[in-house]
Design a protein around this ligand. Sequence first.
Ligand SMILES: CC(C)(COP(=O)(O)OP(=O)(O)OC[C@H]1O[C@@H](n2cnc3c(N)ncnc32)[C@H](O)[C@@H]1OP(=O)(O)O)[C@@H](O)C(=O)NCCC(=O)NCCS
Length: 246
Amino acid sequence: MKLVDFVKEEIAVIRERDPAIKSNAEVLLYPCFHAILWYKVAHKLYNREHFFLARWISQRTARRTGIEIHPGAVIGKGLFIDHGTGVVIGETCIIGENVTLYQGVTLGGTGKEQGKRHPTIGNNVMISAGAKVLGSFKVGDNSKIGAGSVVVKPVPPNSTVVGVPGQVVKRNNVRLPQSDLDQIHIPNPVSNDINLLKQENDELRWILRTLLNEGSEPEEQERARRSLMQESRMNNWEYGTDGDGI
Ligand SMILES: CC(C)(COP(=O)(O)OP(=O)(O)OC[C@H]1O[C@@H](n2cnc3c(N)ncnc32)[C@H](O)[C@@H]1OP(=O)(O)O)[C@@H](O)C(=O)NCCC(=O)NCCS
């Protein structure tokens, strides 16, 4: 694509999606204009295996614009990155057409995958400010990711995803039941671990006591079990770990 065509396309994209723009010349002030222009150069070099030069351009552009696009990423037409600061697009990311990203978006990996490690973003997707999309899954066409969400699972087309971890709250513009979206009464992992340890400890004491009492009358075994439970309750009270105490 010629530079003139690129500039025309960018003007159309930015005027369509940012009501704040007042004149075509302002397009030159948008960090995304420079980031995408230099990405195109770097991507060509990357495809020709000039990896160092490609990365050099990408890193230089990242320092100037705040938008880090790995030259290996594959980006479709009509990408708009509003504001831009803190946007990161990983090497194996594939971005469809007419995608909008806001500041602080990461299209990254989880560190657990090899090869294709970054997400595939469908057409007409909007990823709001600060959202993180992590892993090599697909975000379906026409979906929206809410600000501050952390998405770690595939997103079906036409969905709205919000929260940490991201949950689909709307599909085809219809609200889904939100029973599992309570982000206030989240389980306390430390308390859960302690309760699990206590339960295992009780079981071990019970086995020990049973082994010690082996061969004795059942009533005696029952008495031993009761005394064991009594001890366990005393421990809970002493350490204040009963119920929601932690
Ligand atoms: C997600 C978003 C795109 C709205 O999409 P939508 O499909 O119109 O969804 P709705 O507004 O109907 O919201 C659906 C539900 O998600 C909740 N929700 C919306 N955005 C949310 C967010 N970022 N985090 C948590 N919950 C959110 C809403 O409160 C609503 O809950 P309810 O059904 O209990 O009322 C929008 O809320 C958002 O996050 N926009 C940010 C855009 C942005 O980054 N702007 C930066 C400009 S500089």
